[in-house]
Design a protein around this ligand. Structure first.
Ligand code: G3H
Ligand code: 13P
Ligand code: ZN
Length: 309
């Protein structure tokens, strides 16, 4: 099975009331943990690469790891650029074999976001590559984007039809209260399902994307803190909210922080239990296993995409 774009998987996900997991990859153990989980439960996958991941691991290494995962799993897998911030970066990923890209113009004025997104769509579609755009701004910190809570903005439903029709994007990321990273909510978790519903009404059948969708699994945070970490107040999106979003128009759910927590908590535990350990396989191996366990749980119980490959 060759790499696929997201068209077919989103169509089936929308009709089936489930979502595809879009997991961020940075190294071999993460790619293996995610794809082994998907193989065991027969789920389609999006493996996404941020510009930071691409700088860290190198485009060719990541592509070859993903190609190896295709050979090992025979699953429909899309390789997607996460938070592309320029036409040049999107073009370089498309030319280098990505089957899907995100152009994140959410920080730009509406007309500039449209112009940039449209330019990427034209280049991508001529080459069979799908494009995700974004309207609204999530709070939170990633390598390339740092948005304070004051600068975050919910998506305005009255803008979505014009944005989608003028740009030609294949999916739209929206801001309804999630944020990037491990500190999403200070008090009670709250997502604006009313905004999602309004967008769904205005764009019937159109795939919506939810960023910042890690649940910040409390067991991982507890383990990190038990073994010397300091993550007080880390809080994510409850799983029942993600299930609800997946049953609506949300076809792609982005998860990175939970993978980081799975990996870090496992490695901290290994070192706490065996301070003289120095063989990387003895801590990266268990971290890979924990990622696999976590992703299987997400695919089966949260996203609902097990058995849909
Ligand atoms: O939303 C972004 C992802 O969590 C990627 O983060 O830019 O630090 O690789 P990164
Ligand atoms: P989390 O930080 O909640 O995992 O979000 C990841 C994400 O949105 C990647 O684009
Ligand atoms: Zn994101």
């Amino acid at each position: 099975m060759p790499l696929v774009n997201t068209t077919e998987m989103f169509k089936k996900a929308y009709e089936g009331g489930y979502a595809i997991g879009a997991f961020n990859v940075n190294n071999m153990e993460i790619v293996q943990g995610i794809t082994e989980a998907a193989k065991e439960v027969n789920a389609p996958l999006i493996l996404q690469v941020s510009s930071g991941a691409r700088k860290y691991a190198n485009h060719t290494y990541l592509m070859k790891l993903i190609e190896a995962a295709i050979i090992e799993t025979n699953l429909p897998i899309a390789v997607h650029l996460d938070h592309g911030d320029s036409f040049e970066l999107c073009k370089s990923c498309i030319d280098g074999g990505f089957t899907s890209v995100m152009i994140d113009g959410s920080h730009l004025p509406f007309e500039e976001n449209i112009a940039l997104t449209k330019k990427v769509v034209e280049y991508a579609h001529e080459r069979g590559v799908t494009v995700e755009g974004e309207l609204g701004r999530l709070a939170g910190i990633e390598d390339a984007v740092n948005v304070s809570e004051e600068d975050a903005q919910f998506t305005r439903p009255e803008e979505v039809e014009e944005f989608v029709s003028r740009t030609g994007v294949d999916s739209l990321a929206i801001a309804i209260g999630t944020s990037h990273g491990a500190y999403k909510f200070k008090g009670e978790a709250k997502l604006r399902f009313d905004i999602l519903e309004e967008i769904q009404k205005r764009l019937p059948g159109f795939p919506i994307v939810l960023h910042g969708a890690s649940s910040v699994i409390p067991e991982y945070v507890d383990t990190i803190n038990k073994y010397g970490g300091q993550m007080p107040g880390a809080k994510g999106v409850p799983e029942d909210m993600l299930r609800k979003a997946a049953s609506m128009a949300v076809c792609k759910i982005n998860i990175d922080s939970d993978l980081r927590l799975a990996m870090t908590s496992t490695i901290r535990k290994v070192f706490a239990e065996n301070p003289s350990e120095f063989d990387p396989r003895k801590y990266l191996g268990p971290a890979r296993e924990e990622i696999k366990k976590l992703v299987k749980h997400k695919l089966i119980n949260v996203l609902g995409c097990a058995g849909k490959a």
